[in-house]
Design a protein around this ligand. Structure first.
Ligand code: GLC
Length: 419
């Protein structure tokens, strides 16, 4: 019997089929067309390997996704084999994921070392980088031209140009036009937006890489007070509930002059069903004063294999496939997600499909990381206190000075004797 099984196994392997057909479940985020894309590439993987892959659909909010993952992993859930993970989670979830270092040793040199570093915890590679992220200022070329305006360099310029064009467009009959949309909901996305306002104003990065809590400072206070003036003037009051997809919705129906969003909105904005197709471009986010360095928050998504999975080998094969040059190239072309592989930034097909992309390499390489490496397992708590303080300020519950003073006290308590 054993001999017969061995013969069948050898025959299957010789034919290129899988020795064991595994069923793999992947939890993935539903922003933009991510799920459609994954379904299409899963079909290719199934064809190649004989394994079966299913999707566990997660909400688009990174924060909600994290809360759910944490519950599943704490319970040793075996129903999910592969998790799509946000760049900030590696230190918090490291122990629940398989070390991919050996499995990835043949391909690791092709990735940006800094991204590999961000997913390495205590020498273990806890997730394979699938795409990286650094936001852009999306702007309507046609409207700037029509109203004779230059591209804004500072946040103040942005507010002025946004206000003027919004007013003129409304006078001209575009009653739903807004100047600027971004992510103002109380969640991880607001942490990213507010970090950009503060960092680009010289106000630090909440908690500095050496662990110092820096957020309660004059420049940070001014940056938040300035953002507050946008609510209900150049940004709809509803922006306080917007995540990425809501901002994109307003933008893509042609009702915003400027938008802060991640690169995924580029391909979608140029889709056939988009009212802004061919009418926009992207540039770096504004700064506080001319000459300051623009600051984009570093984002990105990875793939981790659960320690509780019964199909670790097949799952590792899948995450290697999903982060391979072939799939990342397709992802860059179809979804305008930024590759984590260095060579794709020189790929002519990628540059042709997404002309902004070669330009985005220095921007993401220079992007500001959130303080997840330094605050380790406490990052989620740090971030949620921070976005809470920012959301309160934007919605008029306390001034920026009051909220940041309180936040500093809370963060000190959280830190205790060290992070
Ligand atoms: C994007 C980024 C991710 C970030 C999230 C916030 O998806 O890639 O890192 O946490 O936005 O909303």
């Amino acid at each position: 019997m054993k001999k017969l099984l061995t013969a069948v196994f050898l025959a299957a392997t010789a034919l290129g089929g899988a020795a064991h057909a595994a069923e793999i479940a992947v939890a993935a985020n539903s922003t933009g067309k991510n799920l459609d894309f994954l379904r299409a590439v899963f079909a290719e993987f199934e064809e190649k390997t004989g394994h079966k892959v299913s999707l566990v659909t997660m909400p688009p909010s990174s924060s909600e996704q994290f809360a759910q993952y944490r519950l599943w992993l704490a319970a040793g859930n075996k129903d999910v084999d592969v998790y799509q993970t946000d760049v900030i989670w590696a230190p918090q979830l490291a122990e629940q994921f398989v070390d991919l270092k050996d499995a990835a040793s043949d391909v690791i040199d092709q990735f940006f070392p800094s991204i590999i570093q961000s997913q390495t915890v205590d020498g273990r590679l806890v997730a394979m980088p699938m795409f990286t992220d650094a936001p852009a200022l999306y702007y309507r070329k046609d409207l700037l031209e029509k109203h004779g305006k230059e591209l804004p360099k500072t946040w103040e310029d942005l507010a002025q140009v946004a206000e003027e064009i919004q007013a003129k467009e409304r006078e001209g009959g575009q009653g739903d036009m807004w100047g600027f949309v971004f992510q103002g909901n109380a969640y991880e996305g607001l942490t990213c937006n507010a970090l950009e306002w503060i960092k680009s104003s010289g106000g630090g990065q909440i908690v500095e890489p050496d662990g110092t809590i820096s957020v309660n400072n004059e420049k940070a206070i001014l940056a938040l007070e300035q953002a507050k003036t946008w609510i209900g003037t150049i940004s709809p009051p509803g922006v306080l509930a917007y995540q990425e997809e809501e901002a994109r919705g307003v933008w893509q129906t042609g009702n915003a002059v400027f938008m802060r969003n991640w690169p995924y909105a580029y391909a979608l904005g140029n889709g056939d069903d988009s009212a802004v197709k061919g009418k926009f471009d992207v540039t770096t986010l504004p700064v506080a004063a001319a000459g300051d360095k623009p600051s984009s928050t570093l984002g990105g998504w990875n793939l981790a294999v659960s320690k509780y999975s019964d199909e670790q080998e097949a799952s590792i094969e899948l995450v290697k496939f999903l982060s391979s040059p072939e799939v990342q190239k397709r992802r860059a072309i179809e979804l305008s997600n930024l590759p984590t592989l260095q060579a794709l930034y020189d790929d002519p097909d990628v540059a042709k499909a997404q002309p902004f992309m070669p330009q985005w390499k220095p921007i993401f390489q220079d992007a500001v990381p959130r303080p997840s490496a330094v605050t380790k397992v406490k990052y989620n708590e740090v971030s949620s206190r921070f976005w809470g303080a920012v959301h309160n300020t934007l919605s008029g519950t306390g001034s920026a000075a009051e909220n940041l003073e309180l936040l500093e006290i809370e963060l000190n308590e959280l830190m205790g004797n060290g992070w």
